[in-house]
Design a protein around this ligand. Structure first.
Ligand code: NAP
Length: 482
């Protein structure tokens, strides 16, 4: 057992040492529920990142050559450490990010599950011997860790977004330089403290905070940093794709979403409303897979809206550490202003507020969970990610119309649909242009499945067996004259 402050490391973890920025510069970290400064972290830049990459490069050959079972034993210990300190790590996460404590507990637990999953999957990172077309020749296909990996992660899941990258990378023998989001650095730095506690060799895990451009610029400039894995907005992802071209790095990009949530007349209404609540309001609507657009068929529309409004109005808003709170604060005031601007746009184009629609009486960045009816494709949220507790309801009549509207976006991360018709479920599987589809489920993230998007939602997968492939290179060796 430990206290959350035990894990609040106000320093960077480079080459096994806890260090400040070279010039001593720091950044304040704020609790969004109280607006209080809870501490600082170093404002690192190019020089510190260069040293971290050097350390990761130096550690790589030894770590990659470590006996597999010894390396995986480190991951098992990491799993145990996460679960032993789950409460403290969750409280740290809530204090810096705002999500309800129960959700933070879940996030630490799923991070631990990723560690365990990839420790299992790494034992099956098999190659193959392929029949050769000519005599005397053997074709070997083997798989090898890519090398030093740069990781950049967002604030909305400050612990588990790193888990999905660190676990497969470490399991196959890569070494890491990671930069968590500036708004939520402590949950990222905690991975350094955990790695130190369980005995990863110095230099294998390096965690830096500071200027995003300077840190990512230093990563991009280094040819020996062989991979960039990023989770965040599509705009920054595009910059990183361009930046990685200079040294042709392997890339994984988990980018923005604009999830449609389809409710057909034949849906189980209770299940659909429950799925909608989970999908929309988890993390105050700040997840990349949050339902962004609710398309509801005309026959079930009024009943669905009535139930959703009733449940939305009942959500308890407050500090995520208070018992029973289902909605914490938005991460910052910019997030509040974005919701307000989307609301103004929609109301100006004819939408109606069914519940919520304002800043919450608690002040700060608290916002009332909101349901909006009469949404249309002309409204801005039909194209843009809301990233907040705003549920716009669109009405549709036919399945073809619903699929066309659902696909009418540059994004392709997650989509959801509620129906009792099995044939329709298959048509949706084939017709929806998304990387992940939940049929009769509003919560589909799980370690066993490949998480990731298509179109401008990203490149590559996290989780599943596919998540390991992202950290492996395939090598072909031809042995002739046998
Ligand atoms: P963001 O602004 O793109 O930031 C993500 C990370 O990139 C942060 O560490 C940030 O650093 C860094 N960054 C910002 N500008 C950069 C630049 N020019 N070069 C290099 N790095 C830069 O995204 P966010 O607002 O934190 O997160 C929300 C977005 O993430 C949403 O679009 C959401 O859909 C997406 N997301 C996607 C997934 C997925 O799996 N597909 C999962 C979660 C979130 P600073 O914090 O220092 O600015």
């Amino acid at each position: 057992m430990s206290d959350w402050t035990t894990w609040q490391r106000q320093a960077n973890f480079i080459a096994g040492q806890w260090v400040g920025a070279d010039d001593g510069a720091v950044i304040d970290v704020i609790n969004p529920a109280s607006q209080e400064v809870i501490g600082t972290v170093p404002k690192a830049g190019t020089a510190e990142t260069t040293r971290a990459i050097d350390a990761a490069g130096a550690a790589f050959p030894g770590f990659a050559a470590m006996a597999l079972m010894d390396r995986l034993a480190l991951l098992w210990r990491l799993y145990d450490a996460l679960m032993d300190h789950q409460s403290a790590l969750a409280e740290l996460l809530t204090v810096e990010m705002g999500k309800p404590l129960a959700e933070a507990m879940g996030e630490i637990a799923i991070g631990a599950q990723y560690v365990r999953w990839f420790a299992e999957e790494a034992r099956r990172a098999k190659g193959e011997i392929v029949p050769a077309g000519v005599t005397g020749r053997r074709i070997l296909v083997t798989r090898h860790p890519v090398g030093v990996v740069g990781m950049i992660t967002p604030w909305n899941f400050p612990s588990s977004m790193l888990a999905r990258k660190l676990a497969p990378a470490l399991a196959v023998g890569c070494t890491v330089v990671a930069k968590p989001a500036t708004a939520t650095p402590y949950s990222g730095l905690a991975w350094g403290a955990l790695a130190e506690e369980v005995g990863f060799p110095p230099g294998v895990v390096n965690i830096l905070t500071g200027s995003a451009r300077a840190i990512s610029g230093a990563m991009m400039a280094r040819p020996d940093l062989r991979k960039i894995t990023f989770t965040g907005s599509t705009g920054v992802g595009k910059e990183l794709i361009r930046g990685s071209a200079g040294t042709v790095k392997k890339i994984s990009m988990e980018l923005g979403g604009n999830a449609p949530f389809l409710v057909f007349d034949d849906a189980d209404l209770d299940a659909a409303v429950q799925g909608a609540m989970t999908s929309k309001y988890r993390n105050m609507g700040q997840t990349c897979v949050c339902a962004n657009r609710f398309y509801v068929q005309s026959g079930i529309h009024d009943a669905f809206v009535a139930r959703l409004v009733e449940k939305t109005a009942a959500l308890k808003v407050g500090d995520g550490r208070e018992p029973g709170v289902a909605q914490g604060p938005m991460v910052d005031m910019a997030a509040v202003e974005k919701i307000e601007s989307l609301l103004r746009d929609a109301i100006g184009k004819g939408a109606t507020v069914a519940t919520g629609g304002r800043r919450h009486a608690k002040g700060g960045s608290f916002f009332e969970p909101t349901v909006l009816t009469g949404a249309t494709q002309a409204m801005t949220f039909a194209r843009e990610e809301i990233f907040g507790p705003l549920a716009p309801i669109f009405m549709f009549r036919t399945e073809a119309e619903a699929i066309a509207m659902a696909n009418d976006t540059v994004f392709g991360l997650a989509a959801y649909a509620y129906t009792s018709d099995l044939s329709r479920a298959f048509r949706l599987n084939e017709g929806l242009d998304y990387g992940m589809i939940g049929i009769n489920s509003g919560l589909i993230t799980t370690v066993e499945a490949p998480f990731g998007g298509v179109k401008e939602s990203g490149i590559g997968k996290e989780g599943g067996s596919q998540g390991l492939d992202e950290y492996l290179e395939t090598k072909y060796t031809c042995i002739d004259g046998i």
